[in-house]
Design a protein around this ligand. Structure first.
Ligand code: SIN
Length: 292
């Protein structure tokens, strides 16, 4: 019998009693979907999954993204991406610096993301404590706690999201070895706009849908005012009271709702402390149309 153990924060819960290596029944899936809608971030401990099982569990939640340009795909299972700092025979086996700053996955995309599903295979530890936490901020709470006059002013506005913002920040501020995007790559991922407040397709509750990683402009406001408000929103939405840190253990499947959260992969481990995570990206096509 599956049960949900809430973290005690506005985000986060552990789901016990589900074996994700086999197809979930309709009731089990409904149970997990409601738990995700309520808690935003779920941890399913002690799982043993092949890449195919990870893909099949993830595909239950919606259409999976295949990043065609990504060289870190699981061989034969392109929907599964490898995140890792491990180098074998001089070659990295995965993307080492994914998500190491606050952002929402795929907010730069015409089709936005519903949830992410990550499976922890090697988790670094120091002095018995896990490293490489994935941190989250609750954007439903951030929306609820916006100053009322600002919430009113921003209602109906849209935000422009640019893939290149995060990419360049990683090169400039985090010493990432990733090369600058080529003109062709930038053209393939042009900036896109989405509503600044998104009603959740399951709960109907609104969340702030802007993030420091990709949001560059509130379209309907003059540049200066947009810059000032975005700066305020980035500060507001990452306040400690909205935060929850998922502390990884080997065998965890960690899943989060991108329509309600922003996240940050904490880079507090070194090159000789191996981390290996397999990841699927579930798009929100079941809820939203592609935007132009
Ligand atoms: C991500 O999807 O942003 C990476 C999360 C992580 O590696 O903890």
């Amino acid at each position: 019998m599956a049960k949900v153990i809430p973290s005690g924060h506005t985000l986060g819960a552990s789901v016990e009693g589900l074996d994700l290596s086999r197809p979930l029944s309709a009731q089990e899936f409904e149970f997990a979907l409601n738990a995700l809608a309520e808690h935003g971030v779920l941890r399913y401990p002690r799982q043993e999954l092949t890449a195919l099982q990870l893909r099949d569990f993830s595909a239950r939640w919606g259409e999976l993204e295949i990043n065609v340009a990504n060289m870190y795909q699981e061989p034969g299972v392109p929907e599964v991406m490898i995140l890792s700092n491990i180098v074998e025979n001089g070659r990295p086996i995965g993307l080492a610096d994914a998500g190491q700053s606050w952002h929402t996955d795929m907010s730069y995309s015409r089709t936005i993301a519903f949830c992410n599903v990550l499976y922890g295979i090697r988790i670094p530890q120091r002095h018995g404590e896990p490293l490489g936490n994935t941190e989250f901020c609750d954007q439903r709470a951030a929306y609820d706690e916006l100053p009322p006059d600002l919430r009113k002013k921003l209602e109906g506005k849209t935000v422009l999201h640019d893939f290149n913002k995060f990419w360049e920040m990683m090169r400039r501020e985090k010493g990432s070895a990733r090369p600058a995007l080529t003109e062709a790559q930038r053209k393939a991922k042009p900036p896109v706009s989405h509503p600044i407040f998104l009603p959740h397709p399951i709960t109907g509750r609104k969340a702030l849908y802007a993030n420091p990683g990709y949001s560059v402009r509130i379209n309907e406001l003059p540049q200066k005012e947009s810059d000032a408000i975005l700066e305020f929103l980035f500060e507001h939405q990452t306040q400690p009271r909205f935060r929850f840190a998922a502390r990884w253990q080997v065998g965890d499947v960690l899943m989060w709702d991108n329509l309600r959260t922003i996240h940050n992969a904490v880079a507090d481990y070194s090159a000789d402390e191996p981390r290996l995570i397999k990841r699927c990206q579930v798009m929100a096509t079941r809820f939203f149309q592609e935007r132009s």
